[in-house]
Design a protein around this ligand. Structure first.
Ligand SMILES: NC(=O)c1ccc[n+]([C@@H]2O[C@H](COP(=O)([O-])OP(=O)(O)OC[C@H]3O[C@@H](n4cnc5c(N)ncnc54)[C@H](OP(=O)(O)O)[C@@H]3O)[C@@H](O)[C@H]2O)c1
Length: 339
């Protein structure tokens, strides 16, 4: 008998998630039926979306999330032992999969798939730059911001999985002037010295609007917004006529109690007089072009245009700390747990 460990949601999060909101349980898995296979988690993803999305599910569900897992037993020749899959299996160490059954959460409602061929690159990248966050950066920047060479791009959450990638595509592929906004001097240093951003603003130390007026005196053409709130209002007030804003996320509000959210800044005058375009998106909009995003990002890594970094937490038992760390800004690049 194989045992699995999984995290069960026992209480919906209120403000900052607490360890007691989840319970780690151990269970025996049933023997495999014909057509099924058994996987063992190798890398698990911890992402900001988990914070707002889990509230949609009833207490008692397994905490949501994707993982790269190795097939360790199989009664299905299409999924042989030793191959790896990527799937939205939740926070669990072992999972029995029946490929004929729907699985996954409605966020990305697709079945586990065999890992795409990424050569000798680490399989964990399929949870980051060669997976959902990578495609978020690729499609969000190209399709919503529609950047043109020579323009100025601002990205918030710039040292995270999506933001660090957006800035690099902007710089290395489109030749934009790229300004990143992040929460520490160490992160800003990385953006400038390793990733080639033109400017980096530590929003915890500097006033974003004041710095932007200095480093982008002519204004901002594209804003890739990962955080929302005051940072975004400051950027939107520096946009040029016909600027484009891709609203990817609003992590500054994820832990907030609805009644304590700041009153919104009035953005309409800027939107109207500068004829700005602001569009929210979910990466799943481009599900039919998923492979295109992965292949393009793979190509850019191989051409040396994209660098990646992971913050790896060791041990499945540390899933919660890794997850809360993302909400607290402890990660640089993609946050991953090695099971
Ligand atoms: N629309 C979509 O389909 C889609 C898909 C994937 C991700 N997203 C969104 O994209 C954003 C980035 O996701 P990610 O996976 O790349 O995460 P990430 O940037 O790797 O990690 C989150 C980062 O957010 C920053 N942060 C936390 N609290 C903040 C606050 N109050 N104000 C400003 N920054 C704060 C922290 O960095 P600092 O140290 O800089 O504060 C933290 O490291 C999230 O909003 C996520 O929900 C959207």
């Amino acid at each position: 008998m194989v045992k699995t460990k999984r995290y069960v949601v026992v209480k919906h999060f209120e403000e900052e998630p607490k360890p007691t909101d989840l319970k780690l349980v151990e269970e025996e898995l049933p023997p495999l039926q014909n057509g099924e296979y058994l996987v063992q988690a190798e890398y698990l993803s911890v992402d900001p979306y988990m914070r707002p999305y889990i509230q949609r599910y009833p207490v008692g569900v397994t905490m949501i999330g994707s993982q790269v897992a190795r097939i360790i037993e199989s009664r299905n020749p299409e999924y042989p032992v030793g191959k790896k899959i990527i799937g939205y299996l939740g926070w669990r160490t072992h999972t029995v999969i029946n490929p004929l059954k729907e699985s996954g959460v409605d966020f990305v409602n697709h079945k586990p798939i065999l890992l795409p061929d990424i050569g000798n690159l680490p399989s964990s990248l399929t949870l980051g730059i060669l997976g959902m966050p990578g495609n978020t950066a690729y499609f969000g920047l190209l399709e919503i911001c529609k950047p043109k060479q020579g323009e100025t791009l601002v990205v918030s959450g710039a040292a995270g999985a999506v933001g660090s990638h957006v800035g690099q595509i902007g710089k290395k592929v489109f030749g934009l002037t790229v300004i990143g906004i992040a929460g520490s001097d160490e992160k800003c240093k990385w953006l400038l010295e390793e990733l080639g951003f033109d400017h980096a603003i530590n929003y915890k130390k500097a006033d974003v609007g004041t710095v932007l007026r200095t480093v982008a005196p002519k204004g901002v053409d594209c804003y890739f917004d990962n955080v929302g709130g005051d940072i975004s209002s400051a950027v939107i007030y520096q946009m040029k006529p016909f600027g484009r804003i891709a609203v990817c996320g609003s992590i500054s509000s994820y832990n907030a109690n609805a009644s304590s959210l700041p009153k919104s800044t009035i953005l309409q005058p800027m939107m109207v007089f500068n004829q700005l375009k602001m569009e929210g998106f979910l990466v799943t909009r481009w599900m039919d072009r998923w492979t295109e995003g992965i292949q393009k990002n793979l190509q850019w890594i191989r051409e040396g245009k994209l660098k990646y970094r992971e913050t790896v937490t060791e041990g499945f038992n540390n899933m919660f700390e890794a997850f809360v760390g993302v909400l607290q800004g402890k990660n640089v690049g993609k946050a991953i747990v090695k099971a």
